[in-house]
Design a protein around this ligand. Structure first.
Ligand code: SF4
Ligand code: SF4
Length: 314
């Protein structure tokens, strides 16, 4: 496994990052015990970087995986919150520390930042994170984004250490610009010292048929320090680790059979439409509909926003 220093954070991370969305209730729905076994296998094989978020509800899975795990290399967990107020971020921070069973969160990010406007709107939450960093409760502060503008805006703020942008070989899911513009923004961010953690390398499963070339597309880029790959089974972990260690004779994983399911009891409130970062949903005849299926990266954010539990990735 190759390791890199993540920007100027002093954190050394594996280039394969375990994307923990997939094991949680928004996707595969593994129990904390089952999820921890998948994660633990990744840790045993040298993956020392785990990406989660408050939204993903996987703190229990990660805490169990870390319990008693010994390694010369520290495990780096990154989490994210949508909090935009001081109080909200203080709550998120407490929840993460308790949920993960850690005294210090290695990386804490603002979830889903679109531009300098959204960053300004989240300033009180950012100030909490910067104070927490001074106090040694957080080691690095970052943002995640599907938007080219989010990467560009974060690049100009010296106190933001890490950026997690959506990038993949076809550009599926990138907002506010083309794939080329996102790559240019990432290179610029890397040049000014930001650690870069790529997300959605397989477009939420759309690119599984081109699994190897899609991962190589990101692995060959010096500006990308690590790539978060969602994994939900020990076999997937072993497959991905082998690939990241240089094996190129592996079969492609089984094609994804995921789809979005919307139940009849949808009340047409529109919360999921607003929550979708990719504009894949719309209201039609008083119900939510997937109007641009090719834009859906199966992030599960729509499901998390639904007051009726009527929409989910299955
Ligand atoms: S439709 Fe739902 S799962 Fe698909 S991209 Fe939008 S929020 Fe994510
Ligand atoms: S959030 Fe739920 S109830 Fe509201 S429109 Fe979407 S699926 Fe329907």
């Amino acid at each position: 496994m190759e390791y890199r220093e993540l920007g100027h954070t002093g954190l050394e991370i594996s280039r394969l990052c375990f994307g923990a969305l997939t094991i949680g209730p928004l996707q595969r729905g593994l129990s904390p015990q089952q999820g921890s076994e998948v994660l633990r296998r990744a840790l045993e094989l040298g993956v020392n970087f785990i990406d989660t978020a408050e939204l993903y509800q996987t703190y229990d899975h990660i805490r169990l995986a870390l319990q008693g795990f010994q390694s010369q290399r520290s495990v780096v967990v990154t989490t994210k919150s949508y909090a935009y107020t001081k109080e909200g971020m203080l709550r998120s921070l407490e929840e993460a520390l308790a949920g993960l069973g850690l005294d210090c969160i290695p990386i804490f990010m603002l979830h889903e930042q679109e531009s300098s406007h959204t960053l300004r709107g989240h300033w009180p939450a950012l100030e909490v994170l910067w104070e927490a960093k001074k106090a040694g409760v957080v080691k690095a502060v970052g943002i995640s984004t599907h938007h080219v503008g989010g990467v560009l805006a974060a690049s100009t703020i010296p106190e933001i250490d890490v950026i997690s942008p959506l990038i993949n070989s076809t550009g599926i899911g990138i907002q506010g610009g083309s794939k080329g513009e996102m790559l240019a923004a990432i290179i610029q961010a890397h040049k000014v010292g930001k650690g870069i953690v790529a997300m959605k390398p397989l477009g939420g499963g759309h690119l599984l048929a081109d699994w190897a070339s899609s991962l190589d597309y990101l692995l060959m880029r010096p500006a990308i320090d690590s790539i978060a790959v969602g994994m939900k089974a020990i076999s997937e972990v072993e497959h991905n680790v082998a690939f990241f260690e240089g094996r190129r004779d592996l079969p492609a994983p089984e094609p994804a059979t995921r789809r979005l399911h919307i139940d009849d009891w949808c009340i047409g409130c529109g919360a999921c439409v607003n929550a979708c970062p990719n504009g894949a949903l719309a209201l039609q005849d008083g119900k939510a509909k997937v109007v641009f299926p090719e834009e859906c990266v199966f992030c599960g954010y729509c499901g998390a926003s639904c007051p009726e539990f009527a929409i989910k990735v299955i």
